[in-house]
Design a protein around this ligand. Structure first.
Ligand SMILES: Nc1ncnc2c1ncn2[C@@H]1O[C@H](COP(=O)(O)OP(=O)(O)OP(=O)(O)O)[C@@H](O)[C@H]1O
Length: 645
């Protein structure tokens, strides 16, 4: 068990702070190489693993923290480095390097992250040379930020949001996050800078370029070692988390409002959850029983392993030396002091990979050894006494050990076939899960299309909202005008006749006498044609106007679309429910499988039949699925039979 290691770094006084304090006197008093206090706050003394004063360089921090973290990750342990502190205290400077002056990976001011990349790849090359290429490394990087309690994928061009999930095999992980393979420090650095440019940064009263999110760079370091004799492969995998936390700030001091206030509230909330988690872990260490609320914030849930779990963890507590920040500095140091009491349980994450034939060959070899030992037994008296005399194992002990080993290997073989059956089931479930995921994506697309349709309709509608009834009238008018145009010659005749009749009527009204038949009526065909053309022109203008009027459906169409959106949402909900169920099933099968495997191992090691019986019972109680229960009862029955023989 390793305690979390804590490093304190104090940065130089800034000009603003000097203007405010009107003194260069530091609020932090150095009592020894590793102990400080803050007299103005009447604090207790704080002792850390390393204390860096204002002259502490980036290289000093790397030597004290980065180098050690990389070494542990190379051995197969998970590693985490957190930078914690008030806004403007130097977290980003420590992790990334100076923002303004930063000129590239060779700069003196480059921070821990680029330095860790360089050291990591240097060590990888060394190892590959040392082992003659027998060990191969693969590194994958992802980079996310937690902004207002949402996880954004900084390596995704559209910065998609991601969910945190948990399963038995992988523990807590970020679903669907971009992972990029990196082969050297430059590639890793490029990935890091690409993500860094997407981060939420803004000015606060305390810092011109303040990170408004927690950032988490994850490097998965995988090593594969080919064993020399049996062709099996040892796989080690460690996760190296580099975390730049958003700065805590007192809202009044930082003078924040609106969106900035919301950001600050979220930052403070997640940092206080981090504080609560640390307090609970400290209580647990001192023997109290406490529930640790990792799930209260994305940050603590995601970094659960780094806090009291399977990780070697380092915290860098960044502080300002200014008198005006003494209360914040004291609070940072109290936090760090508490965190130092947490004990983590780091283990090397390794696994053996090999195929069933390789494992079978091993069983065969051991069987032969056992047979030879049994053959030697009849004339073993001399050997027994000799061995007993020399303190070595007797042939009987040797045979028993071989027998137990054989038993364990037989179980292993059986469990292999059981495992492949489980693997098939899991495969089917996963396929079904993928189908559900695709369906959800499609439904989301449908939803988006419906929404876009509604948006377009709403955007086009502002002043020219025309109801369906008005629309129909306009359309009728357009079509009658169009037929009028196409029937123009007939219409001209009708018009002439109409005009003539009008003239006649007029004449009659004036003279009371009808004109003589055949008398000129005073209108020529040309004049009629001209009158008609004018009329048609004006009508055509109306047609133009009419065709410009957008055809806007009335509210019933929105209702229809909104209904469709509702249905799509329901479908998505159902699918998500189904997906969750499938995920639960997969997790529970994997859990059962783990219980069966552990049970087999424990059975093979059980010293007495009573112990074996209690293992069999305990394992059966833990297993949920019928298939796994059946498999387990046949395995434990077989073990009983073998023992009774
Ligand atoms: N050790 C140092 N030496 C010189 N300058 C430093 C040091 N630490 C920090 N600074 C400067 O102080 C300013 C604030 O630092 P930085 O941005 O790293 O703070 P932060 O803790 O990350 O703030 P926030 O939480 O608001 O993002 C920057 O201009 C940075 O260059």
């Amino acid at each position: 068990m390793d305690n979390i290691q804590v490093f304190m770094r104090i940065r130089p006084l800034s000009e603003d702070e000097y203007r405010r304090d009107r003194t260069t006197e530091s609020a932090v008093r150095f009592l020894s190489e590793s102990t400080v206090s803050i007299p103005s706050q009447r604090t207790e003394n704080f002792t850390f693993d390393f204390v860096g004063n204002e002259t502490c360089t980036q290289q000093d921090v790397f030597d004290a923290v980065g180098r050690r973290a990389v070494e542990r990750c190379m051995q197969g342990y998970n590693g985490t480095i957190f930078a914690y502190g008030q806004t403007g205290s130097g977290k980003t400077f420590t992790m990334q390097g100076a923002r303004d002056e930063f000129t590239g990976p060779t700069d003196e001011l480059r921070g821990l992250i680029p330095r860790c990349f360089e050291y990591l790849f240097e060590r990888i090359s060394e190892e590959e040379v040392r082992t003659n290429g027998r060990v191969k490394y693969l590194c994958r990087a992802s980079y996310v930020e937690i902004y207002n309690e949402t996880i954004y994928d900084l390596l995704d061009p559209v910065m998609r949001t991601c969910a945190v999930r948990e399963d038995i095999k992988r523990g807590v992980f970020i679903d669907n996050v971009t992972e990029e393979t990196v082969q050297d420090p430059t590639e890793a650095y490029d990935v890091f800078m690409r993500g860094t440019h997407s981060r939420h940064v803004s000015a606060t009263a305390m810092n011109r370029e303040s990170s408004r999110s927690h950032s988490l760079l994850m490097l998965v370091i995988q090593s594969m070692t080919q064993t020399e004799t049996d062709g099996l492969t040892e796989v080690r995998e460690s996760v190296f988390n580099l975390v730049d936390l958003a700065g805590s700030e007192r809202q009044k001091l930082a003078n924040t409002t609106g969106l900035r206030l919301k950001e600050a509230a979220n930052i403070n909330k997640s940092l206080s959850t981090l504080g609560n988690v640390i307090n609970s872990l400290v209580d647990i260490n001192s023997g109290k029983s406490r529930h640790v609320n990792y799930r209260d914030s994305k940050l603590t849930f995601l970094l659960r392993d780094s806090l009291g779990g399977n990780s070697v963890t380092f915290i860098i507590a960044n502080v300002s030396p200014a008198m005006c920040n003494d209360a914040e500095t004291a609070s940072t140091l109290r936090f760090a002091q508490r965190a130092k009491m947490i004990r983590n349980k780091a283990v090397v994450n390794h696994d053996m990979q090999g195929n069933v034939p390789q494992l079978q060959a091993e069983i065969q070899r051991l069987k032969q050894q056992l047979e030879q030992a049994q053959l030697a037994q009849p004339h073993s008296a001399a050997v027994v006494s000799e061995n007993t005399h020399s303190g070595g194992p007797s042939i009987k002990e040797h045979a028993t050990a071989q027998y137990l080993l054989l038993l364990a290997l037989r179980k292993l073989q059986e469990s292999e076939s059981q495992r492949s059956r489980y693997a098939e089931i899991i495969c089917e479930l996963k396929e079904s899960l993928d189908r559900k995921r695709r369906q959800i994506q499609q439904q989301n697309l449908v939803l988006k299309l419906h929404k876009a349709e509604i948006d377009t309709l709403r955007r086009n509608s502002p002043e020219h909202v025309v109801s369906n009834a008005e629309n129909a009238t306009l359309r009728e008018e357009i079509s009658s005008l169009q037929s009028m145009l196409s029937a123009q010659p007939d219409y001209t005749d009708l018009l002439i006749e109409n005009m003539q009749l009008n003239i006649e009527l007029d004449w009659i009204q004036k003279s009371q006498e009808p004109p003589a038949v055949g008398a000129p009526v005073g209108i020529s065909r040309n004049e009629a044609q001209q009158a008609l053309d004018t009329l048609v022109e004006s009508r055509l203008a109306i047609v133009d106007i009419c065709s410009d009027v957008p055809i806007i459906p009335d509210d019933s169409v929105y209702d229809g679309l909104e209904e469709r959106i509702k249905q799509a949402r329901h479908q998505i909900n159902d699918l998500e429910l189904h997906r969750d169920k499938l995920e639960f099933q997969i997790a529970s099968i994997e859990e059962d499988w783990q219980y069966v495997s552990d049970g087999i191992r424990d059975l093979a090691n059980a010293a007495t039949p009573e112990m074996a019986a209690s293992i069999a019972e305990r394992t059966m109680d833990s297993i949920v699925g019928d298939q796994a229960r059946n498999a387990w009862s046949s395995v434990s029955a077989m073990h009983r039979n073998l023992n009774e023989q």
